[in-house]
Design a protein around this ligand. Structure first.
Ligand code: ADP
Ligand code: MG
Length: 362
């Protein structure tokens, strides 16, 4: 018998604290959904939990990186630090939330002073860059792993945006859908939405192949290879894009498990059908000369580690997304549409044979 997926495990064993939030969450994204003091606004099933502890709800997300699973053995200490930070903050980007504090549970095989010096220096730099404060954690002896819990706030005031972008958005905001939105959710996609993707695809899996296998030839320049490896070592969480999408996007998720798998989370939780056009997918520029098409398609559709935002916006607001792209200088591509129905369908002649479902941990 096939072993259960991580999603089966979470749903079967750990979703006891809520009635039906996973996989088909029923809580709306508006502040009005706080129905009692103790009830989580968002619990298991989204990129982060949202709790009504004050006027400004608290946002919490945890992610663990294990040597040999989430990064290769011998990975540079600096890269462990920046990858852990990028991966964790990406969940905040997917919620349109603002990270403020974090705790770190670190398991180390030995107290290697040189490693710890490099790791901590990079981690400190990352905390400064993203303006988050390390407030606690746990340090133990064991296989190398790092687990961060990020705490922060909902950001309905869009404080992560520059004054100029915030005011330009404010000028169009009254026309937008939900001016009470406190966070982005996986469960709000609606028929008639476009589905958008930030950045490009294929880079996560291609970088991992470059790092792990010496014999792979991507037919790209040294500069391209460096760009791929940098994006793996230090994923850039799309925090400002997430903040800008508040009140505009009906749904959002970050791509950690693979495009098709993460699109399915939106489709399942929103109870809609997502159509993805393979021909429209933005493949990372470093991979344009890579000749193994089957491998490339697999990386693009099922490769994890992209940390891009996948989000849906009513087709009527296409031009607003295009303005955000310009203001933030973050590329976003319209890769398909949302319809009534269920599941994720891939169209595009060259792509249909390749309905990949994404990385599963078990
Ligand atoms: P992501 O890829 O965005 O980090 P995951 O796929 O890891 O999200 O998790 C999906 C959802 O399940 C999240 O809401 C997460 O908080 C929740 N979850 C994962 N593992 C557990 C667990 N052991 N107990 C309770 N909730 C969990
Ligand atoms: Mg996520």
């Amino acid at each position: 018998m096939a072993s259960p997926s991580e999603f089966d495990i979470i749903q079967r064993y750990f979703s006891f604290s809520q009635d039906n939030t996973f996989p088909s969450a029923s809580v709306s994204s508006s502040a009005q959904s706080i129905d009692s003091e103790s009830q989580a606004i968002v619990a298991i099933g989204d990129d982060a939990a949202v709790l009504p502890v004050s006027e400004n709800p608290l946002v919490i997300a945890t992610d663990t990186l294990i040597e040999g699973v989430h990064f290769p053995y011998g990975f540079a200490a600096e890269a462990v630090a920046s990858r852990a930070m990028g991966v964790n903050l990406s969940d905040f980007a997917a919620m349109g939330a603002k990270p403020r504090w974090l705790t770190m549970a670190l398991s180390l095989p030995n107290a290697d002073a040189e490693w710890l010096e490099k790791f901590s220096r990079q981690f400190e730099q990352q905390c400064k860059q993203y303006q988050v404060q390390l407030i606690g954690g746990d340090t133990t002896k064991g296989p190398l792993s790092i687990s961060l819990t990020v705490l922060g706030e909902t950001d309905s005031g869009q404080s992560q945006l520059s004054d100029s972008v915030r005011s330009q958005l404010a000028a169009i905001r009254p026309n937008l859908l939900d001016d009470k939105a406190i966070c982005l959710r996986r469960n709000g996609a609606k028929a008639g939405d476009d589905i958008w993707l930030s950045g490009s695809l294929g880079k996560g899996a291609a970088a991992l192949a470059l790092i792990s296998a010496d014999d792979i030839d991507l037919h790209c320049s040294e500069a391209d290879k460096t760009q791929l490896i940098n994006s793996f070592n230090a994923p850039q969480p799309r925090l400002t894009l997430g903040a800008a999408l508040l009140g505009l996007a009906n749904s959002a998720i970050d791509i950690s498990d693979g495009l098709m798998a993460d699109a399915k989370h939106i489709a399942d939780q929103s109870q809609v059908k997502i159509i993805i056009d393979g021909e429209a997918l933005p493949i990372n520029a470093a991979l344009k000369n890579y000749s193994n098409q089957a491998q490339l398609q697999e990386w693009v559709l099922a490769g994890g580690d992209e940390y891009e935002l996948l989000f849906t916006v009513p087709a009527a607001y296409r031009s607003v997304v295009q303005s955000i792209v310009e203001w933030l200088a973050v590329d976003c591509t319209n890769i398909g549409s949302v319809e009534a129905g269920r599941g994720v369908t891939l169209v595009g002649e060259a792509w249909q044979a390749n309905n990949k479902s994404g990385y599963t941990h078990f």
